[in-house]
Design a protein around this ligand. Structure first.
Ligand code: HEC
Length: 163
């Protein structure tokens, strides 16, 4: 066998072995602390979060077929883990007031900057590319919730001590 063939065969075997190691899936569907427990989430905003954010910021991800192929699956699992750690709409009700207040501000900032949804996500999820009107709805909703939080809580409870 030619060396190049040996190398390709070895790589192929490594690839096959990798398939045996699958990351755990984010499909608990536990929504008991969802943001909608405390705050009103209008239907259009629900739709925006569902198609553009919740795959990485909730307790249930819709997995594409290629997530079954390693190492793609690990790469996706890493995004979900990292995304959930920063912001989880299914755990939002358990956040401190300060954290809620701060995360809502970050939602506006991240979308404005174009950092969210992750650009690597919108390549394969075209419907997650938000229109100007959708972005506007999202910003308005975040602003409204922040206003509600300000009205119902003493000012010092809005200060973030820990991220
Ligand atoms: C493909 C996964 C993915 C999608 C989809 C996604 N995010 Fe993220 N998000 C992440 C990851 C990973 C991080 C943490 C690392 C970073 O900041 O880049 C993050 C961070 C954030 C943060 C920062 C929180 C902090 O503590 O700094 C906010 C806010 C956020 N995302 C909002 C959104 C919103 C709003 C959407 C939908 C419009 C969205 N994300 C869609 C993966 C995602």
């Amino acid at each position: 066998m030619k060396p190049i063939k040996k190398i390709l065969l070895a790589l192929f075997i490594v690839f096959l072995v990798l398939q045996a190691f699958r990351p755990a899936k984010n499909i608990s569907n536990n929504r008991s602390k969802n943001i909608s427990k405390t705050y009103v989430v209008p239907l259009d905003v629900q739709a925006i979060l569902a198609k553009a954010c919740n795959d990485c910021h909730s307790n249930s991800t819709r997995y594409p077929w290629y997530s079954e192929i390693q190492p793609v699956g690990w790469w996706l699992a890493d995004h979900v883990k990292d995304g959930k750690r920063h912001l989880n709409f299914d755990e939002f009700d358990g956040y401190t007031i300060a954290r809620q207040y701060h995360k809502l501000e970050e939602c506006i900032e991240e979308v404005k900057k174009g950092s969210m949804p992750l650009p690597s996500y919108t390549i394969t999820h075209k419907d997650a590319v938000l229109t100007a009107a959708e972005k506007e709805s999202l910003y308005k909703w975040c602003d409204l919730l922040r206003e509600t939080i300000r009205e119902n809580n003493p000012p010092d409870s809005l200060v973030t001590r820990r991220k």
